[in-house]
Design a protein. Structure first.
Length: 288
């Protein structure tokens, strides 16, 4: 049976698992992700941020993901963390399956206005395409490993009453809150506000909840978040670390190797192994 991304998210919420979302910025990374998805029979969303999309080429990234979907694995490409309505609309016009309009750094009203603009544009042309909005903000910006301890100020967390208003006024399909999660991996373990998650789910019982900054969150906490209704989880930094560490090791051990498909193979495998671990935790394995 073929599912749309919206149908997959609804199924995951009903059945108590999460659709994984993995970012990629090279073909070898994408191949590693796909190796795991094929082996574990899992659907997924595959993301490119604005920077990743420009580096890869928007049409090229789109075509790569579609080529894998044609092989029978339900994978969809998401325009991840597009910071202006114009960038989000550009990705949609190119043909992306899903749009994340991340205006969380803007004021509450400007966030609503910008995301609503994207929703109206998208839904008038292709109603099946999901649009995601984000409320609350992360104190880290980059998907990297931080050596320092990261403290989260209270005002950065998503407020439940505002969340309900935000979803209603924008008309989004997916909602990404700030609950103690971080972009990247900090020196300290993220402290997830499960009390806040419970309140948010009470206010918004049916919408897809998206967890950004999934890297660095413990397996125990991740399983609990899935159980509490996070049915879409993003992982990027941990894949980048696995890929880069394996690539550096290969280049150091084989300084005379010039064929990229030789020294990239280990990096591809490292990504595959990391993705397989996540699929088991998210409960998406075997859902194809």
């Amino acid at each position: 049976m073929e599912y749309s991304l919206k149908e997959l998210h609804a199924r995951a919420l009903k059945e108590g698992w999460a659709v994984p979302h993995f970012n990629f910025s090279s073909l070898s990374q994408l191949n590693g992700i796909m190796d795991a998805l094929k082996e574990m029979r899992s659907p997924a969303a595959l993301g490119t941020s604005e920077g990743e999309r420009k580096f890869l080429g928007s049409k090229q990234a789109l075509s790569l993901v579609r080529s894998f979907r044609e092989e029978g694995i339900p994978v969809f490409i998401n325009a991840d963390h597009h910071k202006t309505p114009e960038a989000a609309i550009e990705a949609f016009d190119i043909g992306y399956d899903s749009i994340h309009a991340d205006l969380s750094k803007e004021s509450f009203e400007d966030n609503i206005a910008g995301v609503k603009k994207v929703v109206e544009y998208v839904k008038n042309k292709r109603p099946e395409v999901e649009v995601e909005g984000e409320l609350g903000y992360f104190v880290t910006e980059s998907s990297k490993v931080y050596k320092e301890v990261i403290e989260i100020p209270e005002e950065s967390y998503t407020q439940p009453e505002q969340a309900a208003e935000f979803v209603k006024r924008t008309g989004i399909d997916r909602f990404a809150p700030a609950i103690g999660n971080l972009h990247g991996i900090a020196a300290n373990k993220p402290v997830i506000r499960f009390d806040l998650v419970e309140k948010l789910r009470k206010e918004l019982p049916d919408i897809t909840f998206v967890l950004h900054g999934g890297s660095g969150i413990s397996e125990e906490d991740m399983r609990k978040l899935v159980k509490m209704g996070f049915n879409n989880i993003h992982i990027s930094t941990e894949l980048r670390v696995a890929y880069t560490d394996a690539l550096r090791k290969e280049l150091n051990e084989k300084p005379d190797e010039l064929a990229p498909y030789h020294y990239l193979d280990e990096a591809r495998g490292a990504v595959r192994d990391e993705v397989k671990k996540k699929l088991e935790i998210f409960g998406s394995a075997g859902k194809v």
